[in-house]
Structures are given as structure tokens and as C-alpha cells.
Design a protein around this ligand. Structure first.
Ligand SMILES: Nc1ncnc2c1ncn2[C@@H]1O[C@H](COP(=O)(O)OP(=O)(O)O)[C@@H](O)[C@H]1O
Ligand SMILES: [Mg+2]
Length: 404
């Protein structure tokens, strides 16, 4: 049978002495002694009584969080692993499916694939009796090594999804509950999979658009999702995190019982940038993001030769632009947007986003030019970063405050 090793947190001096990268690493470690658990956004040591109960009750020993009522998933190590002593030229291979037996030992059954993303697969998982279902994003280190060249950089990028939002929790953000790293030593080489367990949502904005008449949101629908997502983004910015990949695929919804409105949540923090509390502003030199939603200043920067002077951008304004373009797309639809926008390059054909929105939403008679939603949209998608509103402005502007 495959030799699998759980790897646990090595950051911040919490390394228990079981060094990842050591090929003599012991057989599967399910000893809660070496595990941490993740509760309400904080990494906790497992109390002794739970440790003892785990021997007889398994994961059920963790019960539920008394404040939120959510199940506590333990003892999955909420770990980070930087295998510093592993040479870069390792042959990293193997499918994450080999980790299935280990997950089964933890009471976790991987059920159906929700989506195959650029880097990870997202699956629906059964967390075991009484623990409900979750979504798990499965990342494989070799994909990142292929892209980023070195193992160290690959680890850094792979864990960004989790690191950038560690400890953050908000109703309009998809919460990361637990992260499990599994190392597969079958071949004598470690190949690492990360399982990021998140709350399970019912779909993303694209899925919802598909289900709507004309495949676009109307004013009420757009108002509803934006009002919630702006709260999530406000929380993120307040905690000095810029998302940098806002787009319809990264906004999820959770259906509510009795026909109550969906809850919308910001997801996918794989490109997020974190700023120190004492950094004066959230400025960074960035070159990434999804073309269609990428602010023009970053786009122009990306076209420059590699040795050009470094440019810094206000990342909050980059998020506002992407949110504005997401909003525009949600009202206009893909077919029409692609008549103007080359999806692979993000260039708008001869027109600014503002005049394209004007063409699609005002010229067609759908909205008046001075409609407050249109005015907001124009500001958010301005090509001049300084003209774009702050999150606070969007939250409190009259249209957003309206009850529709
Ligand atoms: N927690 C979740 N619940 C339901 N679906 C999800 C969840 N997380 C992601 N998905 C689906 O999987 C897709 C890809 O996930 P995402 O985190 O955005 O990964 P990627 O980095 O590959 O874009 C999302 O667009 C969404 O449709
Ligand atoms: Mg995504």
C-alpha cells in the first residue's frame, strides 16, 4: 500500500520534529497529538479531553463549535509545509487519488467533482457522520512546480489560497475550514497534495446567469449580489488583503430555504496579496488577473518589456475595476461583451469600458444614462484609477442603499 504521510505545520516554530522531506517519515500519522484544529478562524491546540475521546469516537469527538454550531473538523492538521530540505529537481508525480484511503481513515469520502479549475479540482466531500458536506479544492504541487520552476516558489503559490485568508471569516466570503497536506512517498519521492476544505456552495455567478431568462441579471438581481459581495470585499480590504481575481466564476452563492435570497460569497484567494498592518497603502506591482476583468493600467504594464521600470498600483482600485467589469458582464452577458472584448487579451476593441457599457446598457434603452446604477458602474470601470470609488463609497452610495 502507498506510504502516505500527513505533514503538519512547520511555520512559526510549531514543527513537532517530524520533518517533511525526510523519506523516513513515519507511516500515516493520525495521532491527534500532532494535529491542530481550526476553529473560528484560529488554529488551536487540541484539548486533552478531545484527544482522549478521539481514540474511541474518531472525528465525532470534536463536536460542534458552541458559538456557530458548525462542526469542528479535527484532527486534520491545519498545516503549512515548506519542505526546505527537498531538492528542486525532484520528480514530483502521482495522482491525488492515492490519498483517498488516508482520507477515508479520517472519515472523509470524496464524492463528485464540481469543477476542474486551472490548478485544482473542486470536489464535493462527505465529511463523515454528523459532519455534513463540504467542498474540497485539491491542489497538486507538480502543477505549480511546472509553472513556477522551483519547489519553494511552487509551495508559496500553492498555499497562497489559504495563507492570504488565514484567520479571516465573513458571511460574504467562502470560508476555508481546514487544510490537509498529504505526502505520497510511494516512489521514494514526495509528491504533495493539498486538500483545502471549504464550506460548500451551490454554484457561481456564471451558473446562476445560465439559469436566468436571457442569461443576464436584471437590476434587482445585480443589486442583490453586489450588495453582499461588496461587504465581503470591504472586510477583505479592511484586513489588508486585495483579492485581485474578482470575476463571476469567483463569486459563489448559497441557496437559502423557503425561497429566501441567496447568500453571495467571494471565493478563490489564489492570487490575493496581503499587506502588512504598517504598510502605508495597499500598493503593489502586479501583473496578474483574468484578462477580461483586468484593470487597464495592469494590462498596459503587462505589455511592457521585462526590464521596464517597476510600476506600483493601488490594489484596492484594481479590485473595484474587476468588480465593476463583473457587474457589467452580469448585466450584459457574455455574447455581447465578447463583441467588444477579446477574451484572451482583455483589450476592448477601440472603445473604453465606459463607452462599451454605455452602448450595451444605455443606447439599447435598457437603462437611462443617469440611472444611479449606471453612474456607479461607470465610476467603477473608469480607466483612471483615481476616479474609481472606494469600497466604502460603493457600500454607502444611494443606489446600493436602496431597497429594490
Ligand atoms: N466552496 C465551493 N463550493 C461550491 N463550488 C465551488 C467552491 N469553490 C469553488 N467552487 C467551484 O469551482 C470553481 C473553481 O474554484 P476556484 O476556487 O475558483 O479555483 P481556481 O483557482 O481553479 O479558479 C469555482 O468557479 C466554482 O464554480
Ligand atoms: Mg477561480
Amino acid at each position: 500500500m502507498a506510504k502516505l504521510s500527513l505533514i503538519r505545520d512547520k511555520i512559526g516554530g510549531r514543527d513537532p520534529g517530524l520533518l517533511p522531506g525526510s523519506l523516513n517519515y513515519p507511516r500515516p500519522v493520525l495521532d491527534p497529538q500532532y494535529a491542530l484544529y481550526y476553529q473560528r478562524g484560529r488554529v488551536m491546540d487540541i484539548p486533552t479531553e478531545i484527544r482522549e475521546k478521539f481514540a474511541t469516537d474518531g472525528p465525532a469527538a470534536f463536536g460542534r463549535d458552541p458559538q456557530t454550531g458548525l462542526p469542528i473538523y479535527g484532527p486534520l492538521p491545519y498545516e503549512q509545509c515548506f519542505p526546505t530540505n527537498v531538492p528542486n529537481e525532484l520528480n514530483l508525480s502521482g495522482s491525488w487519488q492515492v490519498a483517498k484511503p488516508l482520507l477515508a481513515q479520517l472519515g472523509i469520502q470524496i464524492e463528485t467533482k464540481i469543477l476542474e479549475g486551472a490548478f485544482g479540482e473542486v470536489w464535493r466531500v462527505d465529511m463523515g457522520p454528523g459532519n455534513g458536506t463540504m467542498a474540497v479544492k485539491i491542489l497538486q504541487i507538480w502543477q505549480f512546480v511546472n509553472l513556477y520552476g522551483s519547489l519553494t516558489e511552487a509551495m508559496r503559490m500553492m498555499l497562497r489560497d489559504v495563507e492570504s485568508v488565514r484567520g479571516l471569516r465573513h458571511p460574504n466570503m467562502v470560508s476555508v475550514e481546514t487544510v490537509l497536506h498529504v505526502r505520497d512517498d510511494r516512489t521514494g519521492f514526495p509528491s504533495l497534495y493539498s486538500f483545502i476544505f471549504m464550506e460548500l456552495c451551490d454554484g457561481d455567478l456564471l451558473d446562476e446567469m445560465d439559469s436566468l431568462p436571457d442569461q443576464v441579471y436584471d437590476e434587482i438581481g445585480a443589486h442583490r449580489w453586489l450588495k453582499q459581495v461588496i461587504e465581503g470585499l470591504g472586510y477583505l480590504h479592511q484586513n489588508r488583503v486585495a483579492h485581485l481575481d474578482i470575476k463571476p466564476d469567483n463569486i459563489l452563492f448559497l441557496k437559502q430555504p423557503h425561497g429566501a435570497p441567496h447568500i453571495y460569497k467571494l471565493a478563490d484567494f489564489g492570487l490575493a496579496e496581503v499587506f502588512h498592518a504598517d504598510e502605508p497603502s495597499m500598493e503593489r506591482s502586479v501583473k496578474k488577473g483574468t484578462a477580461r476583468y483586468l484593470a487597464p493600467e495592469v494590462f498596459a504594464y503587462k505589455q511592457l518589456p521585462p526590464n521596464s521600470p517597476i510600476q506600483m498600483f493601488n490594489t484596492e482600485k484594481l479590485d473595484i475595476y474587476s468588480l465593476g467589469m463583473t457587474m457589467a458582464l452580469s448585466l450584459i452577458g457574455f455574447d455581447e461583451i465578447d463583441q467588444y472584448c477579446y477574451p484572451t487579451t482583455g483589450w476592448l476593441r477601440d472603445v473604453s469600458p465606459n463607452s462599451f457599457i454605455d452602448d450595451s446598457l444605455v443606447f439599447t434603452g435598457k437603462f437611462e444614462k443617469n440611472h444611479p446604477m449606471i453612474e456607479l458602474l461607470m465610476l467603477m470601470t473608469s480607466t483612471v484609477p483615481g476616479e474609481r470609488p472606494t469600497v466604502q463609497y460603493v457600500r454607502t452610495c444611494p443606489w446600493m442603499q436602496q431597497v429594490l
